[in-house]
Ligand binder design. Structure first.
Ligand code: WQD
Length: 335
C-alpha cells in the first residue's frame, strides 16, 4: 500500500483527490489546518468511500509534526494543496501569502528531504501564463510576470521544486476547477463572499446573493465576456492520481509540469446560459465593469497530459454546472 500525505486534504480540490486516491487503492493521510474548510468534510469523505482516513489538524509550517507524521505513517509521497488562493487578498496581505505558500512549501520539502521522501505533486495554476499571446497555451508557453503575490507564489513554488534534484516533482497547472462530487457530499466551501464565478452563480441562484455581476462584456471575444477553461473537480482529482502513478513509474524524472484543463474555452455568458438551461433556474445578473487584473482569454492545450500522464478530462460543462448546483442545494440543507 502506498501512503500519500495530502496537505490541505480537506479543502475543495484536496477532498476530491482523497476520494480518488482511496478509490484507486492508495492510503491518504490528511493534514489540514482548517483555515478554509470544515472538519465535517472528513466524515463526508468517509461516507463516500466507506474508509476512515487518518487526519491531523496541523499547519504545513510545523516541521517537527510533519516529520513525525511521515514516520508514523511510513509516507511514500506527498500531494501538496495547502495554500492560500485568493488573488485580491494576496495583494492586500502579500506576506501572509509568501509565508504560507512559500514558507509552507520549503518546510514540507525540508521534511521530505530529511525523511528521504522524493515524490511530490504540486498544485500550480494557469495563472503562471498571465495574459497569453495565444491560446491554447502549452507547457512551453512563456511564463508572464505574475499579476498578484498569489500568482507569484505559484511561479516561485515551481522554481523551488525544479531546483531540488532530490525530488521527483510533478507540478499540475490547474485551469478553472468547478463542479462537485456527484454524491452532493463534498464540494467548494467558500467563506464569505465568493471571488470565483461559479460559487457566485450558485449562491445567487439560491438567493444568498441578490445578483451576479458579469465583469465586463467589451473584451475581444465572441460575446465580449472573458474565456476560461473550466474543468470538473473530479477530473482534476483523477489527474493527481495519474501524477502519483507516473512518478512511481518514472523514478528518474526530476521535474515535470502539466496543464490540467479540458482544452475548451467558454465565456462567462456561456457558463451562465448553460447553468440556467441544465438546472432550469433563472439567474439574476447584470453586466458591470471589468475586474482589475482579469485575463481576457486563456485555455489549455492538454496534449502533454494526455500523451504522457495518460489523463484527460471526461466530464462536460453540463456535468460541472449540474453538480455545482446540486452541491449548493445540499449545502442549504446542512446544519
Ligand atoms: C472567471 C471568470 C471573471 C466572478 C482565479 C485565479 C486563478 C485560479 C482560479 C485559484 C472571469 C468572471 C467572476 C463574478 C464574473 N486560481 N466573473 N463575475 O479569475 O479565471 O481565476 O481563480 O485558485 O489563479 O485568478 O476565476 O472564477 O474568479 O473568474 O464575471 O462575480 O468569471 O471576470 O472572467 P479566474 P474566476
Amino acid at each position: 500500500m502506498e501512503n500519500i500525505l495530502v496537505t490541505g486534504g480537506l479543502g475543495y480540490i484536496g477532498s476530491h483527490t482523497v476520494v480518488e486516491l482511496i478509490e484507486n487503492g492508495y492510503q491518504p493521510v490528511i493534514i489540514d489546518n482548517l483555515s478554509n474548510t470544515k472538519i465535517d468534510v472528513l466524515e463526508r469523505i468517509e461516507r463516500i468511500t466507506g474508509k476512515k482516513t487518518p487526519f491531523y489538524r496541523e499547519d504545513v509550517r510545523n516541521i517537527e509534526k510533519l516529520q513525525q507524521i511521515m514516520t508514523e505513517h511510513d509516507i511514500n509521497g506527498v500531494i501538496h494543496f495547502a495554500a492560500y488562493k485568493a488573488v485580491g487578498e494576496s495583494v492586500e496581505e502579500p506576506l501572509k501569502y509568501y509565508d504560507n505558500n512559500i514558507g509552507g512549501l520549503i518546510t514540507l520539502v525540508s521534511a521530505m528531504e530529511k525523511k528521504g521522501i522524493r515524490s511530490i505533486v504540486f498544485s500550480s495554476s494557469c495563472t503562471v501564463y498571465g495574459e497569453p499571446d495565444v491560446s491554447p497555451v502549452n507547457e512551453n508557453s512563456p511564463i508572464k510576470k505574475a499579476s498578484s503575490p498569489y500568482g507569484n507564489t505559484k511561479q516561485i513554488g515551481e522554481e523551488i521544486l525544479s531546483d531540488c534534484p532530490f525530488l521527483n516533482t510533478i507540478a499540475l497547472r490547474y485551469f478553472n476547477p468547478i463542479g462537485a462530487h456527484p454524491s452532493g457530499l463534498i464540494g467548494e466551501l467558500p467563506l464569505g463572499v465568493p471571488n470565483n464565478l461559479v460559487p457566485f452563480i450558485t449562491q445567487t441562484a439560491i438567493g444568498l446573493r441578490s445578483e451576479l455581476t458579469v465583469f465586463g462584456d467589451d473584451y475581444n471575444t465572441k460575446d465580449g465576456t472573458c474565456i476560461r477553461d473550466y474543468i470538473h473537480v473530479v477530473d482534476l482529482a483523477k489527474a493527481h492520481v495519474k501524477a502519483v502513478d507516473y512518478i512511481k513509474q518514472h523514478p528518474d524524472k526530476q521535474f515535470d509540469v502539466f496543464n490540467i484543463g479540458t482544452g475548451n474555452g467558454f465565456t462567462v455568458l456561456e457558463i451562465i446560459k448553460t447553468f440556467e438551461e441544465v438546472n432550469q433556474v433563472k439567474l439574476n445578473y447584470t453586466i458591470g465593469n471589468r475586474r482589475a487584473g482579469d485575463v481576457e482569454k486563456v485555455w489549455a492545450n492538454t496534449d502533454k497530459a494526455k500523451n504522457v500522464l495518460e489523463w484527460e478530462a471526461h466530464l462536460t460543462l453540463e456535468d460541472m454546472v449540474r453538480t455545482s448546483w446540486y452541491w449548493q442545494k445540499s449545502l442549504a440543507t446542512q446544519p
